[in-house]
Design a protein around this ligand. Structure first.
Ligand SMILES: Nc1ncnc2c1ncn2[C@@H]1O[C@H](COP(=O)(O)OP(=O)(O)O)[C@@H](O)[C@H]1O
Ligand SMILES: [Mg+2]
Length: 370
């Protein structure tokens, strides 16, 4: 089974999983592999290591896709039949774009964008990055300029936060909870209480910041846009379940990553979301676990060094065996669903050559043997 088979007929591929397992690396490698096969592909990365961002030709910030220079593939001796585009997602910038799109006029737009509460919120709303990743995906999907979009997902503790992001945003902008604040005469300001009124007053005198004015201004102008944003969040959420979308579950073979992968697979099933397959990244490769090489090594290298190397060898076997046990556990959950294993390479993956090396496994078309 190759990633190319899993993505047959798909326009959107979401690489989800726990933090640190290789989501960013895998999404770049998947995008590059599909582009090499002739598609026009864009990868939306979230937190690429600096060196990887450099290799993809990405500027530090910016919420726009850039085409990876075909020259770079030629230099690296790689065949590129399609186009690889990459973009680093900037959640704050995407929020601003949402406001720009929904604001009824320029005055409201500027009022919100410059509002202190908004500036804090757009950075801090729980799941904001998660939602904005899907929002950007939705936008690009509708523009239809790419054959395939590959989304890297944010390094959340819990991969599930990602699935819930559109609903969470909807709840946040839900007209009812906002209107709570919108009518200062009634419940809203009462909730803040007399004590807080005093607090705001003192704060205004000491710092010159009129937080109360900021608050009511924010909820006033944001409130007008709330239903538009909410409606869009619902449509954005639907993209996750469309027939042309698929989730690739990225995991490492470690126990807690496998636990989370199993959990995530079940949640996808509960939500009837499309699942392409699992990618177990960073596998320790080990030969036959029973091979006893210590005598041979000691004969070859002398007692001391020989023992040391033998111990190392055994450690490696243990890790490899442990990894295989993790994979077997995941396979029991997946049944006949595809699983692709990628070994832990000697070096970090930060350039096109490194991604190509990962692609040899992602696109090899072989089932793992465990
Ligand atoms: N198969 C692999 N072999 C070696 N290093 C890898 C492999 N996959 C990922 N890495 C490295 O592991 C680190 C974390 O990978 P990354 O893709 O950023 O994880 P995530 O996005 O899930 O947090 C990076 O330094 C990356 O280069
Ligand atoms: Mg990442």
């Amino acid at each position: 089974m190759s990633v190319a088979d899993l993505l047959e007929g798909k326009r959107v591929c979401i690489c989800a999983g726990a933090g640190g397992v290789g989501k960013t690396t895998t999404s770049a490698a998947v995008a590059m592999g599909m582009a090499a096969r002739g598609l026009k592909v864009a990868v939306l990365t979230i937190d690429p290591a600096k060196r990887l961002a450099n290799s993809l030709g990405l500027p530090e910030l910016g919420n726009e896709e850039r085409m990876v220079d075909p020259e770079r593939f030629a230099e690296a001796g790689l065949e590129m039949r399609g186009e690889l585009w990459a973009m680093m997602l900037d959640a704050k910038r995407t929020w601003d774009e949402v406001i720009e799109r929904h604001a009824p006029d320029e005055k409201t737009r500027d009022a919100v964008l410059q509002n202190r509460i908004y500036q804090e919120l757009s950075n801090a709303v729980a799941g904001s990055t998660e939602y904005m990743a899907i929002e950007k995906l939705f936008e690009l999907h509708h523009e239809g300029r790419y054959d395939l979009l590959v989304l890297d997902t944010p390094p959340t503790r819990n991969a599930l936060e990602f699935l819930e992001a559109p609903e969470r945003l909807s709840r946040f902008v839900d007209s009812r909870s906002l209107s709570f604040f919108l009518k200062p005469g009634r419940l809203g300001m009462k909730v803040l209480g007399r004590g807080s009124g005093l607090l705001f007053g003192v704060m205004k005198r000491v710092t010159g910041i009129d937080l109360l004015a900021d608050l009511s201004e924010f909820f006033q102008s944001f409130g007008d846009m709330a239903s538009g944003i909410e409606e869009r969040a619902a449509r954005v959420g639907q993209l996750l379940g469309e027939r042309e979308t698929t989730f690739l579950l990225v995991t490492s073979p470690q126990r807690d990553a496998i636990d989370e992968a199993i959990f995530f697979r079940r949640r996808l099933r509960d939500r009837r979301l499309p699942f392409g397959g699992a990618i177990v990244n960073r596998m320790h490769e080990g030969a036959d676990a029973d091979a006893d090489v210590s005598d041979d090594l000691e004969a070859l290298l002398g007692d001391k060094l020989g023992r040391k190397v033998a111990r190392n060898f055994e450690d490696h076997h243990r890790l490899a065996e442990h990894d295989r046990a993790g994979v077997r556990r995941l396979m029991r959950e997946l049944g006949r669903e595809p699983l692709i294993a990628v070994p832990l390479l000697d070096e970090d993956v930060y350039d096109l050559e490194g991604l190509a090396e990962i692609d040899e496994y992602l696109f090899a078309g072989e089932f793992v043997q465990v």
